[in-house]
Structures are given as C-alpha cells and as structure tokens.
Design a protein around this ligand. Sequence first.
Ligand SMILES: [Zn+2]
Length: 289
Amino acid sequence: MTWNHRITAEGTPWRTRSWARTGVVLAVLASVTVGLTSGRDAIAAGAVQEKALKSAYKLLKLNGSLVKWGRPTLGSGAVVTYAFLEGPVRDSKARNCTAMTGFKTLSSRSGFTRQEIRSAARSAFKRWSNVADLQFRESASVEMANIVIGSQMIPRGYAFANVRQIESDVARGPVSFIGNEVGGERALNRVQPLEGVITTNSRRRSRPVSVIEKSAVCLNPVHDWKLGFDGNLKTYDLTHTFTHEIGHAIGLDHPARRGSLMHFKYTEARNGLSEGDIAGAVALYGPAR
Ligand SMILES: [Zn+2]
C-alpha cells in the first residue's frame, strides 16, 4: 500500500495491550531462533524476523519514488543541514507548514525557552544520526538549509512535516507532499492531486529513488508541550515529536504495525527509536559509521 491514502483507522488509541501483544510475537521469534539447530531452519527463522522487521517501518513514497537525502541510492549516507526559523516564512507550494515562524510563541505557551526547544530538536537529530549514516549540520541560513524547523502560524494538529522532492525527479504532475501529524486524532496522508498539466516529459517513468529538495517540520504553538514522558498522552514530548517529524523529513512514512516511533499514534511505551525505525533509516542511508 502506498502512502497516498487517507488513514482513517485511528479510532483505537494505542494502549499497553497492543504493546504486550507485539512483545509476545517478538519473544516467540527470539525463542524460535535460539532453539534452532539446523541451518535451514535458522535461515527460515531469519527470514521470518526480517519480514517482521520490514513491516515495522515504511519508506515514504512520493510520486512513485522513494525519497532520501544525498544520492538517489538506497543505503547511501548523506550530510543534511537544518535551520531554526527566526521569523515568518511562507511556502505557498507546501501542503503542510505553509506558514511558519520562529519558536517564540511555542516557548511562551509551554514555558520552554527557545534554547530548550532547539536542544530537543538537536537531540532528535542525534537519535537518527546515531543509527544511520546521516550527519546533521546546523545552518544559520533558512534559505539554504535542507530541513527548516519552526512554529505553525495557523495552528493545526500537533505537528507536521512537509517533504518536497527535487522537481526534475518528478516524472508526472506537480511536486507532491506528504501531510502528517504525529499521533493525533487524525492522520492526513494525501498526495497533491495532479493538475492535468501534460508536458513532453509526462510519460517519463518515475525513478525508484529520488532526492528530497527541502523538508519542513512545524509544531503547533497552541498545544502544551513537555520534555520527558509522564503518561499524559495529550501533551506530547518535544524530543519524541521532533524525532517523529524528522523521520518524515528524511524519508520515512508511518508503518502499519504499531510499536515504532514512526507509527502515527503518539505513545509513551518506548522512549527512542525502535528496531523498525532503525531498520528504516538504515535501509535509506546505511548503518552509522
Ligand atoms: Zn507522522
């Protein structure tokens, strides 16, 4: 299933029960592996584990292409720059994070200083660079930065990411975007509709992997935010949220299976990346070096 569908099955909140179930499955897999003696069985069990891991992440697809930073080759590392907004910017082409500004409003409502918010975002970048061959460098230039981080000017949902692939890589139609909110009541995944513009290139096949041109991460300044988990699933942990949205910004989508940070439901069952999240980042960029 590709990402350009609207997710509607968000009625059931993520509860510990689901986690327990996942835990049981993993435990069974682990014990199967330990108990095996024959090589063929071990390979079979490995395949089962690999399959389980593959369903624990999902790579983002835009216009039929997987998207990543760096070279358009799966498993190749990348250096990615990011910048924090200081003032308002508007990206009329974006589906999400169209109008963003600096973190002044967010910090005044949640009581966090701008520095605390930035530090949470930096920790989130580090989570990804710790496991995959990604280097994130902070830039002072919002124009030049690959990923721009800021506060929404029109508050909506909790947090969103916008991902734009390089236009020359888009085989058909206009640039497309993913719209996501982390964990909330609603997840919106929709491709921008084709606008009927037929060019001479319109029959060109889409590439299997294309390069991201720019990503944005924006947080809703009206919501309360927190640092750390306290069991209250209505107030999101900033670091967790940044990690999720940065996950989109580097080319990951919501896996169908629960249990990972990239799942669209906010949960405090696990702090940090799951094996599935890591496998997804490694599939795109290779392991950390
Ligand atoms: Zn999301």
